[in-house]
Write a new protein. Structure first.
Length: 393
């Protein structure tokens, strides 16, 4: 049988269609996926005095803190993720005033990680602890800017009785409130107490932990667990509301040469497990028992952090450009494009800007498994939006 050119073309198209990958399907329907991202600018951001930090993602929004280097004022921004118009989402802002010591922003937590699309945009704010002041916690509505509620930090009596300690409150997406305390004297500074409450009930003690130095706590978005990370003892504590504590030894993964970098506390959740960063390594925890090294980030030698990562239900993304499958053969590709011909100076400058931004930025993707994008924030008030299915060709 002799094929004419027309028949060959038709057969070629059929074979091409039959082997179309998920990446190709997304690429055909999303113009951003054919480029290595586009920038979204935080409104009213002045690079000379502002800095953007503390990047978080819910199922439908991105949260960030914008600080003023001159007067200490903090603004909390929320960018609404509109998947079909991802570069033109709406913004909500709340100013966190600095009229007293308690008004310096220390931390923020969205209250509806997985359900903001159908819920109010509420955020729980912790103020910085200051000597001789009682820390105050506030719940704010991002849409209106109104304070919904506020409360003083809880107190735990570490003997002697005149050495009471204020605790930190942590909230999850399941209606639980955790309170964590650390002894304030030389004799009990290694004692950590964990409490829990439900609704308007009082806090009740869950357990006590003995660990040198600070513990870095994270609530879970998918389970009732509380996680406590100890860099000094190189341990992970998995705490259940029942009081059961499971301890995981992390010393195998610790690199003393990286101790000059600050401690990181980032836990992200997928239907394949819990992923958290320990120095330059992303560890995977399954069923609170099986702990493995999932990926080692190739960080920038002169960067401020040991890289960053995010996960959804399909992939891990890292700031070295890796996209790694969470199941199957755990295949890896690198999405950072090769530099263009130096003769095209405008394209080369765009490439340098975006790839440098990506490698030193903070990564997130929303908790919505259908989100098509990853988001990279820098300290300069920009967010780089990149398709999850961008392929470096």
């Amino acid at each position: 049988m002799k094929f004419t050119p027309i028949k060959i073309l038709i057969l070629g198209s059929l074979f091409s269609f039959g082997s179309c990958s998920k990446d190709d399907e997304i690429k055909n329907s999303d113009p951003i996926s054919s480029r290595f991202g586009e920038f979204v600018n935080i409104p009213n951001f002045d690079e000379s005095i502002n800095i953007s930090t503390d990047f978080l993602a819910t199922d439908s929004g991105l949260y960030m803190t914008v600080g003023n280097l001159n007067d200490g004022d903090d603004w909390i921004y929320r960018y609404n993720l509109e998947q079909e118009n991802i570069l033109n989402g709406s913004w909500e802002t709340v100013q966190y005033n600095t009229t007293s010591g308690n008004d310096y922003l220390a931390d923020k937590t969205p209250l509806h990680w997985n359900s903001e699309l159908l819920s109010e945009h509420e955020i729980f704010i912790a103020g910085i602890f200051n000597a001789f002041e009682t820390p105050v916690y506030k719940t704010l509505n991002m849409s209106s800017g109104n304070t919904i509620s506020q409360e003083n930090a809880p107190i735990h009596n570490f003997n002697p009785s005149d050495m009471n300690s204020h605790g930190s409150i942590l909230k999850d997406d399941l209606g639980q409130d955790w309170a964590v305390f650390r002894g304030g004297t030389v004799s009990n500074s290694n004692l950590h107490v964990v409490k829990i409450r439900y609704g308007n009930l009082p806090f009740e003690t869950v357990c006590s932990l003995t660990a040198e130095g600070s513990l870095y706590y994270s609530t879970s978005q998918v389970s009732s667990n509380l996680y406590a990370l100890s860099y000094q003892e190189k341990k992970l504590f998995i705490i259940k509301p029942s009081g059961q504590v499971t301890t995981k030894d992390l010393s195998t993964y610790y690199d003393s040469s990286l101790s000059i970098y600050g401690y990181k506390n980032k836990f992200r959740f997928s239907n394949t497990g819990v992923y958290f960063q320990f120095q330059d390594k992303v560890l995977k925890l399954v069923n609170d028992e099986n702990l493995t090294l999932f990926y080692t980030i190739q960080y920038e030698a002169f960067g401020e952090q040991l890289g960053d990562f995010c996960v959804d239900n399909d992939y891990l993304f890292a700031t070295d450009g890796t996209r790694k499958e969470l199941t199957g053969f755990y295949s890896e590709i690198n999405i950072i494009p090769s530099p263009p011909n130096p003769a095209y100076q405008e394209l080369l400058l765009d490439h340098i800007t975006k790839t440098s931004f990506f490698k030193t930025g903070y990564l997130e993707t929303s908790t919505d498994p259908n989100d098509k994008y990853i988001y990279v924030m820098g300290v300069d008030g920009r967010i780089l939006v990149i398709s999850k299915h961008y392929i470096n060709i």
